[in-house]
Design a protein around this ligand. Structure first.
Ligand code: SF4
Ligand code: SF4
Length: 349
């Protein structure tokens, strides 16, 4: 009779706002979503000791969660496709972590937000996150099924890469986990992840075709010339060799090493280039390909239906080619947003 008193209230919110944290090299943020033409939601800047202010983080997180329970949505969330009506835990647990605390990179992609300031950015010190993570693990603040994405700069050259990796490995936090690497540096620690993922406990998440986990390397082309144009350096052979070595380390599953193709309009958007890329992937024993559309172009053209639909057709043809070659294929954030928005059109092609 009094069930209604105990029923949990549903409300509009999102996984990141409720449970997420992005460690960026210039501050902490609620989320790492960038796909709706706006910026991440800042929580606190990196302080003068090159550290994050976690007191502020938890205070702001609780404030944002309280507000959203009252229906107050942060301005920057308006237009994002992530919020959904649901029942959300009142107790704060961290279930989404994005690590981008390192700015430096051993590559220089033309689409990187830091491309024009690469030299300066490569001098920015990494912000340490190990102590915070360890603290949260010790206090059981991180959910065992936490989703973790480790991205750029380049994780494998981060000062704390090994230390954090072993912390995650030893605490079984690598089940819902992706590392985005340029593939230029061969890393034994990445091999350690690959070996660990072969355990039964990780397979259902790792093989989930809706998720893009494992080691993700964006090569974006199948020819050396284009590689140099996109990445600024000639590491074409080195990267494909490293991909082949990682694939060799995989168990029978062969799905933990994924190569990504970011479609850059007017540069690598031909089906011929994509086919060359697929052939290199197959030669390296890759089984899973991820496709996305370049983010800066996407943000500029977010309201240009004609252009967006043009690229939906191109990318759908790329998807068909993956099928023809027997490769698993998924999409990444910006293109997922497009499919969401134009699902009837996408289905009709
Ligand atoms: S609604 Fe979108 S922008 Fe807002 S916190 Fe969630 S993912 Fe980030
Ligand atoms: S690999 Fe990532 S971080 Fe490095 S230059 Fe390319 S986009 Fe930027």
């Amino acid at each position: 009779m009094f069930d209604f008193l105990f029923a949990k209230k549903e409300y509009l919110s999102c996984e990141w706002l409720e449970y997420g944290i992005l460690f960026n090299y210039d501050g902490i943020f609620h989320c790492c979503e960038f796909i709706h033409g706006k910026n991440y939601i800042p929580v606190a800047e990196v302080n003068l000791n090159n550290d994050y202010n976690f007191k502020t983080f938890f205070k702001e997180k609780e404030k944002a969660r309280k507000n959203i329970r009252k229906g107050i949505i942060p301005k920057r969330c308006i237009g994002c496709n992530k919020p959904k009506i649901g029942v959300w835990n009142k107790k704060l647990q961290i279930k989404n972590i994005a690590i981008s605390s390192v700015a430096k990179c051993n590559c220089d992609c033309i689409y990187c937000p830091n491309h024009r300031i690469r030299k300066q950015v490569n001098n920015i010190k990494d912000v340490p996150v190990y102590n915070f993570l360890k603290n949260c693990i010790d206090k059981k603040l991180i959910s065992p099924d936490c989703h973790i994405e480790w991205g750029g700069g380049e994780p494998t050259i981060a000062d704390e890469f090994d230390k954090i990796s072993y912390l995650l490995l030893n605490n079984h936090l690598i089940g819902d986990f992706g590392v985005h690497s340029s593939g230029i540096k061969y890393s034994e620690v990445l091999v350690k992840y690959i070996k660990e993922w072969s355990k039964k406990e990780y397979r259902s998440v790792m093989d989930n075709s809706k998720k893009s986990h494992g080691i993700i390397i964006s090569v974006d082309c199948g020819s050396r010339e284009l590689y140099k144009q996109i990445k600024s350096f000639d590491n074409f052979d080195k990267v494909w060799d490293n991909i082949a070595r990682y694939c060799e380390a995989q168990a029978d599953y062969q799905s933990d090493v994924k190569v990504k193709y970011i479609v850059i309009p007017n540069l690598n958007d031909s089906i011929e280039e994509f086919e060359k890329f697929l052939k290199k992937a197959i030669e390296s024993k890759v089984k899973w390909v991820i496709i996305d559309i370049e983010n800066q172009w996407f943000n500029k053209n977010i309201h240009n239906e004609e252009k967006l639909k043009h690229y939906i057709v191109i990318i759908k043809n790329m998807e068909k080619l993956c099928k023809k070659y027997g490769l698993k294929q998924t999409y990444y954030s910006s293109f997922c947003y497009l499919i969401d928005k134009y699902h009837n059109f996408y289905d009709s092609i």
